[in-house]
Design a binder for this molecule. Structure first.
Ligand code: ZN
Length: 177
């Protein structure tokens, strides 16, 4: 297993619509292990394949709620219910945290690493992770989900600093995704 470099905002792979996974082999399971190790090392609670430079519809997650870790291949969201408002960050935009609206409950369906169908219902943090990571495989970042004014502030903050270098006072210890 290896810890892989995490792609940062500005890398075009983060803006691609990733392609479906149709081969469920040992290579896919090795990618899964590397993604898990990279996520835990960061540390983070979710990581999508484009964040390690692979334009594939795959993510890993561990909400530290006893249900993870796990992977979802070719994820599709449904049954979005209610709303939650909490700070969100991204391992590809280090040091930036913004209150981001998300559904409180969500279902994600897709495949597991063997190609068998999976269906996961998440609430709270897990729901937030499932939405954040499914966005990643569609080339969407959490800053795209911010209200217009916050998005402008976030973009200004990103422009004002070098990518990867958090501003003093903006650092948080909570894991990102
Ligand atoms: Zn992210």
């Amino acid at each position: 297993m290896s810890v892989l470099p995490i792609r940062k905002l500005g890398d075009p792979v983060l803006r691609e619509t990733c392609r479906e996974v149709d081969v469920f082999d040992d290579l896919l399971r090795r990618v899964y292990q590397d993604m898990l190790e990279t996520m835990y090392n960061a540390p983070g609670v979710g990581l999508a394949a484009p964040q390690i430079g692979l334009s594939l519809r795959l993510f890993v997650y561990d909400a530290n709620d006893g249900t993870g870790p796990g992977a979802v291949v070719n994820p599709v969201l449904s049954d979005l219910e209610a709303e939650q408002v909490d700070e969100e960050g991204c391992l590809s935009i280090p040091g930036l945290w913004y209150v981001t609206p998300r559904a409180m409950r969500v279902r994600v369906t897709g495949r597991d690493l063997r190609g068998d169908p999976v269906s996961i219902v998440g609430e709270g943090l897990l729901a937030r992770i499932l939405q954040h990571e499914t966005d990643h495989v569609n080339g969407i970042l959490f800053i795209d989900r911010l209200p217009e004014e916050d998005r402008r502030r976030a973009m200004a903050e990103i422009r004002d600093r070098d990518l990867g270098a958090a501003r003093p006072g903006r650092r948080r210890l909570e894991p990102g995704t």
